[in-house]
Design a protein around this ligand. Sequence first.
Ligand SMILES: [Mn+2]
Length: 628
Amino acid sequence: MPPLRRYAWRVRRRILLLAFFLIISVLILRRMQWSSSKIIRVPQQEEPSFNIRDFMVPVKNVHSDDGIPLQENEGPKGCLPGYYSAAELQPRFKRPYSAPWAPGAGGLAYQLSDLTDEETMELNMGYETYNLNVFVSDRISLHRDLGPDSRPPECLAKKFKRCPALSPVSVIIVFHNEAFSTLLRTVYSVLYTVPRFLLLEIILVDDASPNEDMKRTLDEYVRLLEVVRVLRQPVRKGLVGARLLGAEQAKADVLVFLDAHCECWPGWLEPLLERIALDNTLVVSPDIVSINMHNFQFKWPAPKRSSHARGIFDWSLVFMWEPLPKTLESVRTDETQPIQTPAIAGGLFAISKSYFQHIGTYDPEMKIWGGENLEMSLRVWMCGGKLEILPCSVVGHVFRTESPHSFPEGGSVISRNLVRLAEVWMDEYKVLFYNRVMEAARIFKEKSYGDLSQRHQLRERLGCKPFSWYLKTVRPDFFIPELNPRFYGAMLNKGLKMCLDASEMHDGRAEVGISKCHGDADTQYFEYTSLNEIKHNVNRELCLSVAHPTLTLQYCVARDGEKNVPPYQSFSYEMDGQLQSHKFGLCLQAMRNTLFLASCTSEEPRQVWVFFTELPDERPDGPGKSTE
Ligand SMILES: [Mn+2]
């Protein structure tokens, strides 16, 4: 072949090759576009017709325009000086526009009106299945915005240093029998709020949900959302088992656990990650605000905060919120400062993955639900970590009045979990819990709480401090009852066969009366102390007080073992079961629903009180009053 022709042939071959590659790349690009636009199309069929408009707005990658392919865990390589720019902190997806008058838009309540019979039936079914108003949730956009950012100005102005770098996260959402719309709204709200470079993945862990839409429908739906994957637990293990599965599979250095019925406020993640970047032994929670379970109104953060809450527990090991003590509140200067909390609610928090493993993840033998948050709280504090709430980090959560969980092995599962906690972490103070919770005492006595050797070893290995240290250092304001009061339990009135019962506190006082015996600590636990008081001391130190002729529960005058018990809080309790007031010399007598003081007489069975610590027969199984 002459050299010139050979050259021309070579050129032609190159052009052909180039054209071939061009065509191939155009085809690949088009296919990618098609599959990303499919995100919008496919779920339409699954959605109630109300929401179809949402899907007509393309969900797009914020950064897709610049043409630079972004890597999965792209983030600042190394550690640069300065602060992350607003552009860098843009979320992965842009929330589609929704009309301000759309149902629930701006975080507003959904207004129900003029329901047909069919709709009423759907509404009731939703409540029955999920213990929240699914009817309303299904009619609110999965992409709804929450309105303007109403956080305090210092939260809005807050900048985040590039160094130490914020770490990308794996968001782990565990669900069991969750409504499709609440779960997906949680997922979208993460996608619309977490900066692109910080979101490595969202892991949904199905804890053997019974509902069909959580199976193929969910799989097909999330396959189109690049960063979301579903893991399944074939047999129901509960929250702990499911979270451990999620954590095990998580690829990021920081784990963020969320409940499956949340909505995240813009900027919620960065304050949490900043703390972990500074110190990876910090376990951090957002400020959890409420999404109304009936109308899905989102409680907006207030621009000026006046008070804060922290997580605690009482001596029956029930988690609760309390206002931050004044001494701690008064030293706060702005909302970017973290709040140390003795306990976390447990549904929503972030933790470094390596610290999570170091500190002993969860107790894998804790079943279904309940107690794992307190176990983690004590463990973290006692073994060298800290728990914090970051007020600039706001996440909404649907608080329910009743637990939606079924307890396949009966309602004593929560008590069993708590016994495991008490045995490992509460040292000699565990009796305070056993005294108050009869079911726990039974489990302890029967030794039916399972093997704890691994957990004891963990505490040993980590060289954790004693529970007394936790009380003294983390909760110095918490009262410590007598470990061995002279008598304790529920107080049965022999004449009426009913029990002494405390009701809700009003103005620092609680009413005290008589009701059917159930033995629940929150209203029926009483003890006769070595200082001759009748105390109801589960979450506060209340004493039976006489103001002739009425009786109330008031704060005990003698605190911390002081011996100055006033006569109106002092009683003698003798073997004959009579309870005699030292102030009046009269005896406590029950009549129907009330109590009064009467002349002591041995003939009167309604003046006889017996402490009992075991219920005659087991209570029916059920989740009880726990909320989730
Ligand atoms: Mn929840």
